[in-house]
Design a protein around this ligand. Sequence first.
Ligand code: SAM
Ligand code: MD0
Ligand code: SF4
Length: 374
Amino acid sequence: MLYVMARIIPSFKLEDALEKAYKRRRLSREEVAFLLGLKGEGEVAQLFHVARSLRQRYFGDKIFLYGFIYFSTHCRNYCTFCSYRAPNKLCKRYRKTDSEVIEVARELAESGVHLIDLTLGEDPFYYVRDNGFESLVELAGRVKVETGLPVMISPGVVPKQVLSDLADVGVDWYACYQETHNQQLFRRLRPEQNYDSRLKEKYLAKESGLLVEEGILAGVGESQADIVTSMQAMQDLGAHQVRVMSFIPQEGIPMSDWPSPPRIHEMLIIAVLRLLFPDRLIPASLDIDGVEGLQERLKAGANVITSLIPPDMGLTGVAQASLDVNDGYRTVRGVLPLLEELGLSAATREDYIGWVRNEKDNLGKRDICAELTE
Ligand code: SAM
Ligand code: MD0
Ligand code: SF4
């Protein structure tokens, strides 16, 4: 395949970078930036092709499916890009009860998802009382027992002890996105939050025995060099799942007039992430363009469908609160035909549980091979 590629790709640089990635050799910062800047249709297609070949090598045609429960949309923070920032009166605020969360988690598990992602704002409910996080830890543990599935938690920055308590009750994953690793831009996106604490939290989560997900927010004023720096930071962290989301403007926020970026940027980032993290998990989130945007993300090399939300339960997404939710498209049944059309299929529960178990066994031991150079 590479011989054929060498003959049809005009640019020596592209051929060289793709071949290096395919052989899991290091790409330089310059090469990564070059790939992120590809514009020609043919060149982009070649990049996506190699990204898919790498996904095939490590995951075959199997795609993982994540159920999403955004169970409290209350938040103490002021993120300028997020609908759920504390002062916004135009978003849907709710806090689901434990029994509602368990009911939704069971329903998601029955529908065939491989993981339950419990997500919330930095809800003052947990921060203002002593031992406030006890009930959160207990709920996460119950979701694990009731569903028998791996559990991810996305609570924002929580005390260190809470991370190890979550690991103790069987939570598998901690997700927390830095959005950018440019500290100046971080301060604009997450005012009054501490860059170092948010980053350190992910290292602490790993030390506590949790797998971690790191993420980039695209189209918020970052440069291409910032994206490369984020990829480097993801490698330094040894993230198990790496994501990018395109910014979606929201009503009532400081960035409400900021445009959503052209999707090609997100697709290029997904593909380059696959080159740099060939055996890691990379989401195709339904929370950006709904089911309509699923196939292009899978074609760029993603291998997890995230933000599957059961209809008619009063639950929302984050970037797209309601898109495709109540008409039932953001469900396992809704996405399976789209997978099939691409020659892909849903992994089994055992496949996913095996992957998670193996990574947890390897926590702390793992070497990332295809690192960027300085
Ligand atoms: N409150 C927790 C936190 O901030 O870590 C958990 C919520 S987290 C899953 C919300 C993530 O969704 C953000 O980190 C950001 O990457 C993404 N997001 C939020 N608002 C968005 C928007 N308007 N457009 C695109 N992505 C957005
Ligand atoms: C998603 N709406 O996967 C979810 C969310 C939180 N861990 C994930 C951003 O798109
Ligand atoms: Fe709160 Fe998270 Fe939204 Fe920031 S991104 S306002 S922390 S819910």
